[in-house]
Design a protein around this ligand. Structure first.
Ligand code: ZN
Length: 332
């Protein structure tokens, strides 16, 4: 993964760099939403709120399972889309796992996640940990998310003590601050040969709802290793271009959107301490949370500080708070 992970850029800090062809990405590693020219609020120091989806209208994460050859074959087209994606690798598929494309993917800011070493129907701790170890040793990354093979119910309990997020296979949308199980998040799996219009309809629906959708593609038509329900690369990329065309849909890896989603919910549960006109929020991040992540917040007015540093207003309508700091103060 990239970002998330430590080294690899994918995540936080690093990520920014790579992939994003079109999106402007700042120091937080988050892309910049549309708009700008928003004046800094000058009212009372009150009403701190976290922006859903980093200030975008909705979010989409594209994921690829099973280390299929057609993903490798079409990596150039995927990378050319300029958005970070998540690849869940089966690490025992030696020929594909050892393809240099994955080193490139990490450098490009994409996330590599764990789809276990052997892709067993019934998960075991040893197989999950084996996949994690293979990813760490080969790519020097920390793995923050996984995907359940077959969506089997044996995997969420294994993920809970190991990861920030586990992606399941049940279709659904994820809302900010909702009660979706982070260890079995929803996912849309398109049918075989799904046309762009099918992808587009999913994007339109989640954008209207203002929620997060993950999409799972196993491979593309023409691969040599029998990907499950393959789709045409041109139809898939057209669907991604449709999502990009709005400008207000946050397209990013599972770890990047997932960290924001989980941190927002964590923060919403914090009861701040008040002393005179000063309010302080103090938090502990969820387990297995990647370093270098941020939330975007707004207030009616006042001055926000972290570790004694005044936070800068971004004229797209927010302040960025560093989650690693563990506290935030609002004062006149
Ligand atoms: Zn799989």
């Amino acid at each position: 993964m990239n970002n998330g992970t430590g080294t690899a850029g994918a995540s936080g800090t690093a990520g920014a760099t790579g992939t994003g062809g079109t999106a402007v990405i700042g120091a937080s590693g988050l892309p910049t939403p549309p708009g700008g020219g928003v004046a800094q609020p000058a009212g009372a120091p009150a009403n701190l709120t976290v922006l859903n989806w980093a200030g975008f209208k909705a979010a989409v994460s594209y994921t690829f399972d099973d280390t299929n050859s057609s993903q490798i074959q079409h990596y150039p087209e995927l990378q050319a889309l300029g958005v970070r994606m998540t690849f869940y690798l089966i690490t025992s598929k030696a020929t594909e796992f050892n393809n240099p494309v994955w080193v490139q993917a990490v450098q490009d800011g994409h996330e590599l996640g764990n789809h276990t070493r052997s892709h067993a129907q019934i998960g075991t701790a040893a197989d999950v940990d084996g996949g994690d170890m293979d990813l760490r040793q080969k790519f020097g990354i920390t793995v923050f998310t996984m995907a359940s093979p077959y969506g089997d119910a044996s995997y969420p309990p294994l993920a809970t003590s190991r990861y920030l997020i586990n992606r399941g296979v049940n279709n659904g949308q994820i809302a900010a601050n909702d009660n979706t199980d982070p260890f079995n998040i929803y996912c849309y799996v398109p049918p075989t040969a799904a046309p762009a219009a099918t992808f587009n309809a999913e994007i339109d629906a989640v954008r209207t709802a203002g929620r997060w959708k993950t999409v799972l593609v196993h491979g593309f038509t023409g691969g040599t290793d029998s990907a499950y329900q393959p789709v045409d690369i041109a139809e898939f990329t057209a669907g991604v271009e449709h999502a990009k065309s709005f400008g207000d849909v946050w397209i990013d890896s599972v770890v990047n959107v997932g960290a924001y989603w989980r941190a927002q919910k964590m923060f919403s549960g914090v009861t701040p301490a008040t002393s005179g006109s000063t309010t302080t929020w103090t938090w502990t991040l969820p387990a297995h949370f990647p370093p270098g992540k941020y939330l975007r917040v707004k207030v009616d007015g006042g001055t926000l500080t972290q570790a004694g540093q005044t936070l800068a207003w971004n004229d797209h309508g927010y302040y960025e708070i560093a989650l690693d700091a563990g506290s935030l103060t609002l004062a006149p």
